[in-house]
Design a protein around this ligand. Structure first.
Ligand SMILES: [Mn+2]
Length: 292
């Protein structure tokens, strides 16, 4: 199809979008093709077209530990325009790479996107509040210029402290940073909704100098790989049928599935700044669509 035909398809959508905003398959295809055409040939800003589709109806794109490698993140996200995906970042956007704060701002501002809290965000906030922790945090890969940048941006600090630890996605899929049931320590058996209770307690700890407790909870080993009974109990407790997480590089070429896909690890050692980065770490091991 020529650019002219693609543009006519989008013009037809523009003309009727007030009465019927949902694009047809052809119109969606036209948008996708035009978004990759040279800028001068583009007639419409691409995100306008799909903005009216509810986020929950979009396919889910999962992004594991980015660790400051913004260049690679842009490359990895190219096939997945923000308007067409519900994007979920599993935490640890900062440290190791040079663009931790840049990655946070990018993820915060991307449309249809949820960003979870990782242990490295906790460590950075801890160093921000208590300068005696700066050396420890830099030993974990913390970048001084990123801490200075965060210190100058109170709105970003507030946004970071409001990150959820757990979210439910479509199809009873739970998303969290580390492959562990350690989060359960932040809820009581009497809590009606454990996810809401845990997220509320996480926020409370971040506001009231509880970073050390949170750091311990979010830094544990990947027990879902080795302890299927604990995995089952955690899924039951959170009313989920599977869980996606990051935190521990898995070394495979695509997200690593354990126990028939009931637990899936999306940390593919993505960042070139990470000590576990290998030249073999393909982007698709960290950034990948979630199957239905
Ligand atoms: Mn981590």
């Amino acid at each position: 199809m020529t650019v002219k035909i693609l543009q006519r398809l989008l013009e037809e959508w523009q003309a009727r979008k007030d009465s019927n905003p949902r694009p047809s398959v052809l119109e969606t295809d036209a948008l996708t093709r035009l978004s990759y055409a040279p800028t001068a040939e583009r007639k419409f800003y691409p995100t306008l077209l799909l903005a009216s589709i509810p986020v929950a109806d979009l396919p889910v794109l999962v992004v594991g530990d980015v660790h400051g490698d913004l260049e690679r993140l842009f490359e990895a996200l190219k096939p997945y325009p923000a308007a067409e995906w519900q994007t979920v970042f599993l935490g640890d956007l900062v440290d190791y790479g040079m663009f931790g704060v840049g990655a946070l701002r990018y993820a915060r501002d991307r449309a249809n996107t949820t960003v979870l809290l990782g242990n490295h965000e906790v460590a950075m906030l801890w160093a921000l509040r208590d300068p005696t922790r700066i050396g420890w945090w830099m030993g974990l890969g913390g970048q001084r210029h990123d801490l200075d940048e965060l210190a100058r941006d109170p709105a970003l600090q507030t946004w970071m402290r409001e990150r959820p630890a757990l979210v439910h996605l479509a199809n009873r899929t739970l998303a969290q940073h580390c492959g562990s049931d350690s989060y359960a320590a932040l809820t009581e058996p009497t809590d009606a909704g454990p996810i809401a209770a845990i997220n509320a307690n996480v926020r409370d700890l971040l506001i009231h100098e509880g970073e050390s407790t949170l750091w311990d909870l979010l830094s544990g080993p990947n027990i879902f790989e080795t302890q299927p009974i604990r995995l089952e109990r955690w899924l039951e407790m959170t009313s989920a049928r599977r869980v996606v997480f990051g935190h521990k590089p898995h070394g495979a070429s695509s997200p690593q599935r354990y126990h028939e896909g009931r637990a899936i690890n999306f940390d593919g050692g993505f960042s070139r700044g990470h000590r576990k980065y290998r030249r073999a770490s393909p982007m698709g091991a960290t950034v990948a669509p979630l199957d239905r």
